[in-house]
Ligand binder design. Structure first.
Ligand code: GDP
Ligand code: MG
Length: 713
């Protein structure tokens, strides 16, 4: 007779990059479901497996360094463990970096859950020539340990057997040990946990010692939980305040510091007894490197040097494939022209779609290089140092050092940058950073600058483009000061900034990251931009003005009668103007004129701006259509540049400058707006749209009217 299958629920916890996902994949193979944790956009992976007569269900918790309630990830992981109470927690630890990774382990042990320590990256550990007395390690921790090399599937059986042994209560290694925090808080902890037990009559479901430590640390969520569950919480919390003050007085340190130090002391003690360190210690090497890279004075110039390298690589290396893409787009267009009968469909495909998407696609190589560079900085561990270096500077602007990374990524594309704000611990920092981010000029705005600066500022074009980037940065920083002193009055909290050891990035990791981010951009081109280009082109072609036909006939007559070329040219231009004004786009453009006239913009510019909401690059493709240059309207396109310079359109350098400022500051593209809504909610999204449009208008107004007053026109 078959025994009924029992279910075991296993959760995987561990630091980011400890190989958690690899362990999860090794255990569950293809039986995975990916979704989100309820209410937030953090990925939740679950999977299952039948093993030794059990149905084992796995959940991959978000990677965290700790289990406080600061970041979304930490909150999710902790809540899952406390509320869902999985049977076993596999704590995935990077064995080559034990001292850092065990910080989380101590917190799991404090929670009194059944932990298996998975010493992953065992291959790296062995290569480092270090030695670990695993028996002793298990004994001291009171938890079984297993070694694995997850990405090669080594240690799978052992890990699964450890799980079974643990649930069948056959594990010799398993016992709950108290994690001690040292004499300085021990008395207080014992006292407090006894009080907790008295007043709860054992209904808390978590060890009282854990709760006591959390209360001393001042953990807001645990305080809230206590309020909900204990009738006498108020009196107890007053007592906690008293105890915390006492700890603070006797140690001259915050209680949370003392406890954290206690945990590190515990780890130090454990490792001193079990680990024989290798001559070459990765942490030690990192510390040496950090002495230079995060140097108080040298750190910043070194970082600026890296950035300079990255941006020049983006532009110089990107130039070649960009040229090839342009040639390809033209070739593709010519082929279609040759294949299709001339008429509406051919025009739509070649002028509308290939022209529109092509003018955007040419930026893909540069963007991919930028993303690759950012991935290298991230995977090597240098990005974490950048946050560290920039922290002091960022605080001036009401931001956290970690906000710097999303801001930096904003130069590439606002969308992944917004997603990168998830690494920030507090909601305040996430919202503030997200709101400031769109001011960092994304790669999509570059075509507009290149076009206008090239057309109106000749030899100074490069400087003008640079000025736009600078203006964006200054705006973000200025707004940071304003917002953090008005809307976000409450203090920015300080956090530990983890400095993970440096490591050589793997090719697979780098390409994976680069691809993930570039894919967002490619999807945007194949979807939104393609549709927008087609729709725009159609709206710019219908309805057809009968006067155009008359003019065409007249042109043909003039050409036949060998009239002066100038006369013919001016008639051709007049024809284009008449044609576009009669179309839907032309009419829409006239509607926005009252709003943008004070900025010196004409209706064509207005239409381009409206369409730029789809994607900023579309501003350029729209202009191609509106100024009727015909075929491809890339920013390099000489004909579009010439057309803009035509005095008939009345664009002076001052207007051009005001226009670039407007493009820099007004709403980010629709994809970014959607990302903002997803990450920080609809209210902030509307706030962002409102403040950006107003700011753009005011800034362009000041530039244009101010410039006129100064006689710059
Ligand atoms: P997570 O962030 O904790 O989910 O980590 P991942 O599973 O994404 O792994 C991070 C990187 O470490 C990947 O490049 C893996 O291929 C690699 N990795 C995972 N396990 C091991 C291991 O046991 N040994 C080595 N050398 N690399 C590993
Ligand atoms: Mg992972």
């Amino acid at each position: 007779m078959e025994t009924p299958r029992k279910t075991i629920r296993v959760a995987l916890a561990g630091n980011p990059n400890s190989g958690k996902t690899s362990v999860f994949n090794m255990l569950t193979g293809l039986h995975q479901q990916v979704g989100n944790w309820p209410g937030v956009t953090v990925e939740r992976k679950a999977g299952h497996l039948e093993y030794a007569g059990y149905q084992i269900e796995f959940v991959d918790l978000p990677g965290t360094y700790s289990l406080t309630s600061y970041s979304i990830e930490e909150r999710i992981a902790r809540q899952y463990i406390l509320e869902e109470q999985p049977d076993v927690i596999i704590d995935v630890v990077d064995a080559a970096n034990l001292d850092g990774n065990l910080f989380l382990t101590t917190q799991l042990l404090e929670m009194g859950v059944d932990v298996i320590v998975d010493l992953n990256m065992w291959d790296e550990f062995e290569r480092s020539d270090a030695q670990l007395d695993i028996r002793r390690f298990e004994e001291l921790l009171g938890a079984p340990a297993v070694t694995t090399v997850a990405h090669r599937g080594q240690g799978r059986q052992e890990l699964l057997q450890a799980v079974i042994r643990l649930v069948e209560d056959r594990s010799e290694r398993h016992r709950h040990i108290p994690v001690t925090f040292g004499t300085r808080v021990e008395d207080v902890l014992v006292k407090l946990s006894r009080r907790l037990e008295e007043s709860s009559s054992g209904e808390l479901g978590v060890p009282s010692r854990y709760l006591a430590a959390k209360l001393l640390e001042g953990d807001a969520h645990i305080v809230e939980m206590l309020h909900n569950r204990l009738p006498k919480a108020k009196a107890l919390l007053l007592e906690v305040e008293g105890l915390r003050a006492h700890v603070q007085q006797s140690t001259r340190l915050e209680a949370s510091r003392v406890i954290a130090e206690g945990r590190y002391g515990f780890i130090d003690g454990l490792l001193r007894e079990t680990l024989i360190s290798a001559a070459f210690d990765r942490m030690e090497f990192s510390r040496q490197l950090d002495r230079v890279l995060t140097h108080r004075i040298l750190g910043l110039p070194i970082f600026v040097g890296f950035m300079w390298l990255l941006f020049s690589a983006t532009f110089t290396l990107g130039a070649h494939p960009t040229g090839w893409l342009e040639i390809m787009a033209t070739f593709f267009g010519d082929c279609l022209r040759a294949l299709l009968p001339s008429g509406f469909v051919a025009d739509l495909l070649v002028e509308g779609i290939i022209g529109g998407v092509g003018s955007v696609a040419v930026f893909l190589p540069s963007i991919m290089i930028l993303f690759l560079g950012i991935s290298i900085l991230e995977d090597s561990g240098y990005m974490a140092r950048v946050a560290f270096i920039m922290d002091r500077v960022m605080h001036i602007f009401g931001l956290h050092g970690k906000s710097f990374i999303p801001m930096l990524m904003g130069f590439g594309c606002t969308v992944p940058a917004i997603m990168a704000t998830r690494t920030l611990e507090s909601q305040r920092d996430r919202v503030l950073t997200t709101l400031l981010l769109p001011n960092m000029s994304c790669a999509a705005r570059l075509p507009v600058y290149v076009l206008f600066a090239g057309a109106f500022f000749g030899a100074h074009a490069g400087n003008v483009v640079m000025l736009m980037y600078l203006l964006g940065i200054l705006t973000a920083l200025g707004l940071g000061i304003i917002f953090s002193r008005t809307i976000f009055r409450h203090e920015a909290v300080s956090f530990v900034m983890e400095l993970p050891p440096y490591r050589w990035p793997t090719a697979r990791g780098l390409l994976g990251h680069m691809w993930e981010r570039s894919w967002v951009y490619i999807k945007k081109m194949g979807g939104l931009i393609l549709i927008a280009s087609a729709v725009l082109w159609i709206l710019g072609s219908v309805p057809h003005d009968p006067r155009v036909d008359l003019m065409e006939k007249q042109i043909a007559r003039l050409e036949a009668s060998s009239a002066p070329q100038e006369e013919i040219d001016s008639l051709i231009q007049e024809k284009s103007a008449v044609a576009i004004e009669y179309t839907v786009i032309g009419r829409l453009g006239k509607l926005v004129v009252p709003v943008i006239a004070p900025l010196g913009f004409d209706w064509r510019m207005g239409v381009s701006l409206v369409t730029g909401f789809v994607a900023k690059e579309v501003v350029v493709s729209s202009m191609g259509v509106l100024y009727h240059v015909g075929d491809e309207a890339g920013e390099e396109s000489e004909s579009l540049r010439k057309a803009l310079q035509d005095p008939r359109f009345g664009i002076t350098p001052l207007v051009a400058f005001a226009f670039m400022v407007f493009v820099l500051l007004y709403v980010p593209c629709i994809v970014a707006v959607v990302a903002i809504r997803r990450e920080i909610g609809a209210r902030w999204m509307w706030f962002d749209i409102g403040y950006q449009v107003s700011l753009a208008w005011v800034a362009a107004f000041v530039v244009y009217q101010g410039g006129r007053l100064l006689g710059l026109e």
